[in-house]
Design a protein around this ligand. Structure first.
Ligand code: ZN
Length: 525
């Protein structure tokens, strides 16, 4: 029945012939159309800024003129008559940050202003990571456009989302050839609806039951539509290397560019092995695999309780004991949300066990059972990465910055990621130069997505830009106050419209829905 309803939804979409036709025609001519500015735009000039242009080139001084939603001129420019001027003395002007792994699919619906995102300098939030996307995409895209968001929005199609459309609740097995064929069709449909590619979350419930062949089959369809494969791999713990090899095999077999989500080595057993991990990736890149990765600047991850137990034996004491040991013990695990018992939030698993006078393992199993009974799972933060690995990853030229956070995230990366890299890893620790850090936030994600007109400061680019103070920029979000806004991001423009000004949102919402080439796509009703 679900199957039927899916196809009837699609049929319903197709039956709105005018919509479909308009969609297709605007997709074809998107670049030629006026780009639907929602606020009054005019020319303005930014003077005295140091430019970090996104390419990694050294900072240079130049003035930048914005006309409507584009960068019109860069150079030694004088203000024109009646032109407004922004004096950026002491500040750095950079392309707006593109967050390729952002969890705001629902958040945007209630908070289209996305204050915690634009406050970081993020001008584009890419949705649908970890195998989980809105569905059908076209309906969600239309909703996003009707809402008007402050940042630009783009979206991946989720592997688990599509898998569930086909297999429904009977997903705890390998798919049949017929089912894989249906999934391939839905990937094609999503790609036609402007998905950037296929995302997967193979450490999670639904996606985790797929085999490599299923993923290759679906990736081939995405590749045929010039999409990319963005993946949270099957294991980020003791089997990290096996999972990496599977990811490379998928990229190689499907001839698809690969984006490795939130690269990490997340257990005691693999900590310190970044150099070997990087070597495997370098070898693949030398063979021609188009492999890139993103990394968030924290030593703790945020996910669900069950991901701690890769073999899914959640009530087997021995397995659970090993899972807890692997991350350094129950004191490393903090519950951030648990609907059946909200009072657990903010406590470590070790503390909860002590308070309940049970072992850590028994407390874990209790949380699993209480969660299962309520058809939910505890959200957790787990501190299991080490700094030397994070540093090694960040220093690779193919590793970009992404938050894995989003609106309302209960991990500080949701409100802190980009300023944290600039303040902590650039200014304080000197892991990266400022131009290189900016490249990882702008040009590199744009290059990954094959977007030509965003991610660099150059004439003709969309005017997604951020102005920040390199001496003060820093994150303020913490594990106890994860939505605290950062310091030092002075002004942010999206498509030429000021959305963030001196510590506050302007309330403008000029974000566009971006299609596969990074240009605005308008779906009209
Ligand atoms: Zn993930």
């Amino acid at each position: 029945m679900r199957n039927l309803s899916l196809f009837s939804e699609f049929a319903e979409f197709c039956s709105h012939r005018s919509t479909a036709v308009l969609f297709v025609s605007i997709v074809s001519f998107a670049v030629l159309l006026p780009l639907f500015p929602q606020q009054k735009s005019s020319s303005f000039l930014i003077v005295n800024a140091q430019l970090a242009d996104g390419t990694g080139a050294p900072l240079r001084k130049a003035n930048v003129r914005i006309v409507l939603n584009h960068i019109a001129e860069i150079g030694d420019l004088q203000p024109q008559k009646d032109e407004s001027v922004v004096d950026a003395k002491g500040l750095v002007l950079a392309p707006g940050f593109i967050d390729i792994h952002n969890h705001s699919t629902d958040g945007l619906l209630t908070d289209p202003l996305a204050e915690t995102q634009i406050a970081q300098g993020i001008t584009t939030v890419v949705q649908g990571p970890d195998g989980d996307s809105p569905w059908p995409l076209i309906a969600w895209i239309r909703t996003i456009q009707q809402l008007h968001t402050a940042p630009n929005v783009a979206v991946f199609a989720g592997h688990a989302t599509i898998r569930e459309q086909v297999m429904h609740s009977d997903y705890k097995r390998v798919a049949t050839p017929q089912e894989i064929q249906q999934m391939e069709q839905l990937v094609g449909q999503a790609m036609n609806q402007q998905a950037l590619g296929l995302s997967s979350g193979l450490e999670y419930e639904i996606g985790g039951y797929s085999n490599t062949a299923e993923l290759i089959a679906m990736c081939k369809v995405a590749a045929a539509h010039h999409g990319i494969y963005m993946t949270h791999i099957r294991d980020e713990a003791d089997k990290s290397f096996e999972a990496l090899h599977e990811e490379i095999e998928i990229g190689e077999s499907a001839h698809i560019p690969v984006e490795h989500s939130h690269i990490k080595l997340g257990t005691v057993g693999v900590q310190g092995k970044a150099a070997a991990y990087i070597q495997v990736i370098e070898n693949a890149r030398k063979r021609g695999v188009d492999f890139m990765a993103d990394c968030y600047p924290y030593d703790a991850w945020h996910s669900n309780l069950k991901v701690l137990v890769p073999d899914k034996q959640y009530e087997n004491s021995q397995t659970v004991r090993k899972a807890l040991d692997d991350v350094g013990g129950a004191s490393r695990i903090t519950i951030t949300e648990f609907k059946p018992n909200p009072s657990y939030s903010g406590h470590t698993l070790a503390n909860l066990a002590r308070a309940a006078h049970v072992s850590d393992v028994d407390m874990f199993i209790r949380l699993i059972r209480e969660g299962d009974a309520a058809q939910t799972e505890a959200s957790i933060i787990c501190q299991s990465m080490i700094e030397s690995d994070i540093k090694a990853f960040y220093q690779q030229p193919w590793v970009m910055v992404a938050s894995d956070g989003g609106i309302g995230a209960s991990h500080p990366r949701g409100a802190g990621t980009f300023p944290r890299v600039l303040g902590l890893y650039v200014r304080e620790k000197h892991w990266l130069t400022l131009p290189e850090a900016i490249r990882k936030m702008t040009f590199l994600p744009a290059q990954r997505l094959n977007w030509k007109d965003r991610g660099t400061l150059r004439v003709g680019s969309f005017a997604d830009i951020v102005l920040f103070n390199p001496d003060t920029v820093i994150d303020n979000a913490t594990y106890t106050n994860p939505t605290a806004l950062p310091t030092g991001i002075e002004k942010v423009w999206v498509n030429g419209i000021l959305v963030w000004d001196n510590g506050k949102p302007t309330s403008a919402r000029p974000g566009e829905f971006l299609g596969t080439n990074g240009t605005p796509i308008q779906i009209l009703n």
